[in-house]
Design a protein around this ligand. Structure first.
Ligand code: NAP
Length: 266
């Protein structure tokens, strides 16, 4: 079998990543093998991508230059220890399992292995993820760049030291939920003003996406954009004043830091 890239776990994230790799032309389907405990899951993904599929993780990782682990954290120890000896010494092992440290992965694979811990978020499924990459000391800069190119193809990726993982969880890992609360509230306001519900969600979602896109693409500071759109005695500054009176800024900081604290405690 010996394929360049082996995916272990063909669920939501594993599937999204493999689709991103093939969609961006980073690795040819014939150089990919996908593996899952579920025959149906691996066959579905392999069929969709035109790559090889198997239920045998050991067979999948043997000879691979990169192994991506995308199983749930509670299965990780059992899954990795079962195939660890079959992984090539020079292979890069990438894990996206939440809460699983590099130290734990080194314990399972051996401390001389090349390991990259990655934390993507749900938006990987629509190629708009924000992912953090934390390599161990055995991974070269070129190898980090190789892994980064995969996660850049799924949105954006940044290399961060592993100790910042709690900040990553706070600002991107958990944040889709808080952004959804904001979108819901915005849509509720439009509904209260008479807009049909479905249309209100479309307006709110596009407004949030468009603002983020504008900031990312122009490099404008958020405070500058806020000032730009807040005309003297206009509508927007009234809303900004109400947000400040309601303590939105402090609430968001507290919420995101609560997510970080929870991650530290886990
Ligand atoms: N979803 C997110 O937003 C997100 C964000 C960041 C990180 N992550 C991380 O991504 C990883 C995958 O999450 P997910 O949401 O993609 O989970 P998922 O949809 O449940 O996918 C995991 C897949 O692995 C399969 N699997 C279980 N045991 C296996 C084994 N021994 N060998 C091969 N495959 C096996 C599962 O099969 P069965 O369903 O049959 O058990 C399932 O198809 C997790 O570690 C999670 O922490 C997820």
């Amino acid at each position: 079998m010996a394929k360049e890239f082996a995916l272990i776990g063909c669920g939501n994230m594993g599937g999204a990543i493999a689709r991103g790799i093939v969609g961006a032309g980073l690795i040819a389907p014939e150089d990919i093998v996908v593996s899952d405990v579920s025959q149906a899951a691996q066959e579905r993904l392999a069929g969709e991508l035109g790559c090889a599929g198997t239920c045998d993780n050991v067979e999948a990782v043997r000879g691979a230059k990169m192994v991506l682990i995308a199983v749930k954290p509670q299965y990780l120890d059992g899954v990795v220890s079962a195939f660890a000896d079959a992984v090539d010494d020079e292979a890069i092992v990438v894990s996206i399992a939440a809460g699983v440290s590099i130290e734990r992965l080194e314990g399972l694979l051996g401390s001389s292995r090349k390991i990259v811990r990655v934390m993507p978020n749900l938006a990987a499924t629509v190629r708009a993820a924000m992912s953090s990459l934390s390599p161990n000391a055995n991974v070269s800069e070129d190898e980090v760049a190789q892994v980064k190119s995969i996660f850049d193809a799924l949105g954006r990726a940044e290399v961060v030291p592993e100790h910042l993982i709690d900040a990553v969880i706070a600002v991107s890992g958990s944040s889709p939920a808080y952004v959804c609360v904001f979108i819901e509230a915005l849509a509720d306001a439009a509904v209260a003003e008479g807009m049909p519900r479905a249309q209100a969600y479309t307006f709110a979602e596009q407004a949030v996406m468009g603002t983020a896109k504008y900031l990312l693409e122009t490099g404008t500071h958020p405070a500058v954009l806020k000032d730009m759109v807040s005309s003297p005695a206009g509508t927007t500054i009234e809303a900004v004043a109400a947000l400040e009176a309601g303590g939105l800024r402090a609430t968001v900081i507290d919420a995101a830091r609560a997510a970080a604290a929870r991650n530290r405690a886990m």
